[in-house]
Design a protein around this ligand. Structure first.
Ligand SMILES: [Zn+2]
Length: 641
């Protein structure tokens, strides 16, 4: 728990231009800053940042919000984590509430492990630049085609030959021995002394999603050593099954391109990145886990597997696919020619050649598998039926019913069998595999902000209008002319827009009908009654952890009451006199709509009512309501003239 005081401090400190500027390069345009949108792919910038209002908005894809919202979108994280990231950026210390002594110790221990890992990364980097590191490690990386900029970017390094070079350097720099052991950097000998875990190896740091080094993968260059790779075992800060190599460097491009390339080795990953294909991650040869698949899904639904064209490659792809499909990802495949791996393939080609090869040769995985298996089983009916079952079992993993039915259709067509046979097979398998816990075992997922559908559409426009006045000008005083029915000669009785609207609601004993609008209304007045100024109120609402509310407030406060310049005449009228005219009018319109809403409710009752006396009462009420409505309509008409 972050204390409210600190939350306020973070939200007040965060500068939108600063925060966004960490991810994209902004160019000034008038009072705003523009960039190509980081959330969708575009060539001309339609992503605007308005520092004075503390908001961003993309006119291409519609994403909009404040600094904290931007971080949530960009990092695909929850509200508290976005706050923590902002706090880190602005060096604001968070004293977490209700943390037990044990939790504090744990957090500090984790932090120590992260720090010693960071130290090790710098140590390995430096070692690559001199002596044996330069002659062996650096020479190897250059030979494999890696450029200096890439080596720097991924912080590749060299672990020296000595038994305890890292241990000695770290201890000399003040790191405790236990941290080296707990971070997986050193191993304890029987006599209690330490030795380096990584020796005489090229070092690939492994980064967390937020970019901190959490582990290493070390590759030997000696042919007499069996273990080509030595990797950090699981530690307090590193769970191998939860992370993908390269995710930190790839994530924003994955979100922007809405695609992720999945390769096997870390050299392949680094090489493709260097080549300009940045949305690439590596599984490091091990079988994919659910956590890794969900990690991809945080950024995109589309994954393209990249494997050698040999049968081992295809087999590996087939093994990982059910998991990807069952998490709702779309799986495609690129097979590289002549048993090449992505590293070799990229090295001999330009970026354009690589891209166009990928585009031309990328195919839907299930389609690919069907075609391939169909060829293999030609003329062998037993084998053919086996293969159909294999494909159907893969299709069965797809959670989306429509997508699934399309695949079933295609497969039926391709193999010349009835669709119903495939459906039967899926049903049988499902019954066989059903486990009693299966249904509830699904983990909770972070849901994106849902577009709001008002419960009462008839009243929605008028309620939105009123909220627009509140969010745009709630604290502005209404100075009615002396001939107005609302005029008061007493200065003390002057009302703000917010007071005026609230009085009207209290007088007629109504509240907003649509739930989200009612939530915004209540939240506004809570802050208003605390004495906050208009800008503060709106900022607090925009920064609210209720993301649905925040995004609605943003669209309401930037909609027509602010951004529109098309109504030239309105822009010439001074705001106060415009408010004096239009706030009472908006309330009248709302009153009229509420009566219309009542009438429709009464009519519905009338339809199902069978009792005569009751019918009569209902009719009477309808007539009465219609009369009231007519009076308001006349009033509105008069005002138009
Ligand atoms: Zn956009």
């Amino acid at each position: 728990m972050i204390p409210q005081e600190t939350v306020d401090k973070i939200l007040d400190t965060a500068q939108i231009a600063d925060v966004v500027g960490d991810y994209v390069s902004l160019k000034r345009r008038g009072a705003s800053l523009v960039a190509c949108c980081p959330f969708h792919n575009e060539k001309t910038p339609s992503f605007y940042v308005t520092p004075s209002k503390g908001i961003y908005k993309c006119f291409g894809c519609g994403k909009a919000g404040t600094a904290v919202g931007f971080v949530m979108e960009m990092e695909h994280c929850e509200y508290p984590d976005a706050l923590r990231l902002l706090a880190k950026k602005y060096n604001i210390e968070i004293q977490e509430e209700e943390e037990s002594a044990e939790q504090i110790q744990q957090r500090q221990h984790r932090e120590s492990l992260l720090l010693v890992s960071q130290f090790a990364m710098q140590f390995f980097s430096a070692a690559l630049k001199s002596g044996e590191g330069r002659d062996v490690g650096y020479a190897y990386l250059r030979r494999r085609g890696l450029e200096d900029a890439t080596i720097e970017r991924f912080h590749l390094g060299w672990a020296p030959r000595g038994r305890r070079t890292l241990v000695d350097a770290a201890v000399a720099a003040g790191y405790k021995e236990e941290y080296l052991v707990d971070a997986g950097l050193a191993v304890r000998n029987e006599d209690g002394t330490l030795r380096d875990k990584f020796r005489e190896r090229v070092m690939f740091p492994i980064f967390s999603v937020s970019g901190r080094v959490i582990a290493f993968s070390g590759r030997t260059l000696r042919s007499d050593i069996d273990a080509k790779y030595v990797n950090t075992a699981d530690t307090e800060i590193y769970k191998k099954s939860n992370i993908l190599l390269g995710i930190y460097h790839a994530k924003s491009e994955m979100a922007r391109m809405q695609k992720c390339y999945l390769v096997e080795g870390n050299v392949d990953m680094v090489m493709m990145y260097q080549h300009g294909i940045k949305n690439v991650v590596a599984s490091c040869g091990t079988a994919l886990t659910t956590e890794q698949v969900r990690l991809i899904k945080r950024f995109t639904d589309n994954v393209t597997l990249m494997y050698d064209g040999d049968s081992a490659g295809i087999h590996a792809a087939e093994k990982g696919t059910p998991l990807l499909l069952s998490e709702g990802l779309n799986v495609r495949l690129v097979l590289l020619p002549d048993g090449m791996d992505p590293d070799e393939f990229c090295r001999s080609r330009s970026l354009d050649e690589v891209r166009s090869f990928f585009d031309r040769n990328e195919c839907d995985f299930i389609e690919f598998l069907s075609t391939r298996l169909l060829q293999e089983s030609a003329g062998d009916p037993v084998r053919k039926s086996e293969l159909i079952n294999r494909i159907v079992d893969i299709i069965a993993c797809i959670p989306d019913q429509i997508k699934k039915s399309v695949y079933i259709q295609q497969t039926a067509l391709r193999f010349g069998i009835e669709e119903s046979l495939i459906y039967n097979r899926i049903k049988q398998e499902k019954n066989r595999n059903r486990s009693p816990l299966g249904q509830t075992a699904q983990a909770q997922e972070v849901q994106p902000v849902q577009a709001y559908e008002p419960e009462n559409r008839l009243l929605a426009p008028a309620e939105r209008d009123l909220l627009g006045f509140l969010l745009g000008h709630g604290c502005t005083f209404l100075d009615f002319e002396s001939d107005s029915q609302y005029y008061s000669s007493n200065e003390e009785d002057r009302l703000t827009v917010a007071d005026f609207i609230r009085c009207s609601f209290l007088d007629s004993d109504v509240s907003m009908v649509n739930s989200l609008y009612a939530r915004i209304y209540d939240a506004y007045y809570e802050l208003y009654d605390q004495g906050d100024q208009q800008d503060r109120i709106v900022k607090k609402l925009l920064d609210s952890p209720d993301r649905q509310m925040a995004s609605q407030v943003l669209s309401l406060s930037s909609e027509k009451h602010d951004l529109t310049v098309k109504d030239f005449r309105d822009s010439l009228t001074a705001v106060p006199s415009w408010l004096v005219k239009n706030v009472p009018k908006a309330l009248l319109v709302y009153a009229e709509r509420r009566l219309q809403n009542d009438i429709e409710g009464l009519k519905r009752k009338l339809v199902v009512c069978s009792e005569d006396t009751e019918r009569e009462a209902l009719m009477k009420e309808i007539v009465l309501t219609l009369t009231k409505q007519k009076l308001i309509k006349q009033k509105l008409d008069r005002e138009k003239k």
